[in-house]
Ligand binder design. Structure first.
Ligand code: FMN
Length: 203
């Protein structure tokens, strides 16, 4: 599908067919998701595919009542940010040096700055993780649409509840959940959107 079609067709799908979402499709989707940009290319996020009844129940139980519909999805995908932030730093720096994006001095400077992020406060980490999970989330949703899968970003759930029942590590911060499946109806009504001219100004 071409990009314009994918963007226009993507809607929040909340009703799904009783059909399994193949793991091979998800693998393709996650491969495309890794193309999303992140600050310093650190990619401090992971997606957890909740497939077992028990895991899906953990997500459903953590959701606010109006999000009960998520139980009808074939799988539920939980996007988590990595509060350590610098997990992939060595690989990132090696790559940047090898491809001449930076010199040794810049790499040393990056390393000092980024390892310091671990000790920053909660407000900093919240902002950092929000920014650095939302763009991968967007790539993920568009890649789902491209594969004919329906999903919807869902934030109405308790981080505490889902972290406890899935036994997440203390550095794993839930960001969004994505119930996923083959849509019951192919098209959903297009909700109101602002005009393109309204959302930018030329200074
Ligand atoms: C950050 C975020 C959180 C959202 N949380 C929920 C949610 O908890 N429950 C829900 O049903 N939809 C949720 N949505 C879906 C929005 O309501 C939906 O994207 C919006 O109404 C536009 O509709 P569309 O996606 O069909 O274009 C969320 C969307 C975003 C971006």
């Amino acid at each position: 599908m071409d990009f314009e079609k994918i963007v226009k067709k993507r809607r929040s799908y909340k009703e799904f067919k009783d059909r399994e979402v193949e793991l091979e499709k998800l693998e393709k989707i996650f491969k495309l998701t890794t193309e999303a940009p992140t600050a310093f290319n650190l990619q401090a996020y992971t997606f957890k595919v909740l497939e077992s009844e028990e895991a899906i129940e953990s997500a459903v139980d953590s959701a606010i009542p109006e999000n009960e519909w998520i139980k009808d999805a074939d799988k539920i995908i939980l996007l988590v940010g990595d509060e350590r932030i610098d997990t992939n730093l060595d690989t990132v720096l090696e790559d940047l040096l090898e491809k001449d994006f930076v010199d040794e001095n810049t790499a040393t400077d990056y390393k000092e700055r980024i390892t310091g992020y671990r000790d920053r406060d909660n407000l900093f980490k919240t902002g950092w993780l929000n920014r650095n999970t939302m763009i991968p989330a967007t790539f993920f949703m568009l890649a789902c649409e491209n594969e004919g899968l329906g999903t919807c970003p869902v934030r109405g759930f308790s981080n505490e509840k889902i972290s406890e029942s899935l036994e997440l590590e203390d550095w794993e911060r839930p960001s969004l959940i994505f119930p996923i499946g083959y849509p019951e109806k192919d098209e959903r009504p297009h909700k109101w959107r602002r005009d393109g001219e309204e959302i930018f100004e030329v200074l």
